[in-house]
Design a protein around this ligand. Sequence first.
Ligand code: MG
Length: 399
Amino acid sequence: MTPIPLQIGILGSTGSIGQNTLRVIDRFPGRFRVTALAASRNVDELAPQVRKYHPEVVAVVDATHGDALRAQLGDYSGRILIGADSLCEIAAWPSIQTLVVAVVGFAGAAPTLAAIDAGKNIALANKETLVAAGAVVMPRARQRSVTIAPIDSEHSAIWQCLRAGAHQEVRRIILTASGGPFRNRPLETFATITPAEALDHPTWRMGPRITIDSATMMNKAFEIIEATWLFDLTPDQIDVVIHPQSVVHSMVEYQDGSVIAQLGSPDMTLPIAYALLAPERPKGVTGPQALDLSRANTLDFAPPDPARYPALDLARRALAMGPTACAVLNAADEIAVAAFLDGRLPFTGIVDQIGKTLTAHKPVSDPNFEDIVAADQWARDYVSGHLPGTPAKAVASTR
Ligand code: MG
């Protein structure tokens, strides 16, 4: 019997996860129906996707590109939505069953909540949603019996390894980290790292922010926070190990001492397919030689050096302070990374600025989504006001 196609909406369809999601969909004709596509601004990429997949609805967030999208779509008969609110409208679109949230940044949180409220399952690539708003998102997902399937490769690995035992049998999880491009670079030269050097990631091809976050290890800091929410674990149950080959995507250690790992080539189509189809593992997601350990036969593991990767400690600090501090961590990083890419902040200044912002933050206990949005905005203003060369009067007060 041919299964009824799963109706998919993709927020962020022109980014690297969005394109890989469409690649997965192409490999399984008849299994999926692309019901909605949304992009931030890349209409030159979005318009051909609309012509190929004929979604019911398409959206571009940046309104200045609305006319260009309309012009390129000509006689398209579906709905065209323009502007920032369009993501939430798509998230609740009636015929969508699973929403892939692959937009970048905190902008993913509101549409994820809208989709949960509308009872959609979520395939989540946007880690900011859980880092900043996990305290609101996860209880609501449980309430609505909605699945939050991780697309992040480490969390997909953990999700897969967790099938080997019960939740109360988990002793800890071990997130692997490649160590980024500066794993062996002399520490005293870190201040002179250029954006071009930091954008050259050794194993994964990703967008600019996550590539910089991988170089500073802020990405792993966010993944620690993400894991506490996704898997209902305490911060001390989450460890990080440096694994330069990025073959072991992460591991779960059970109380009997057994460690279950998930391995694979660094190819995002595997976690995407698992997020969409789990627990099914169909043929043809990756090539026949997905991982050949007889060739790539050296797997190295080492503990992360806190002096090289101070970002990991920031995650622990933010988790101890509570959910609004985690939102601050994410927002401060977004602004600091942009400042680094613009040449306004040295590489080492990224983590420094985030640490200072965390110190200045006054956490709100038991926050609702509005408190989290306020903490996010406060952190953006605070970092922007404290960048080198900012006039003193522009500096935001603490809250
Ligand atoms: Mg990851």
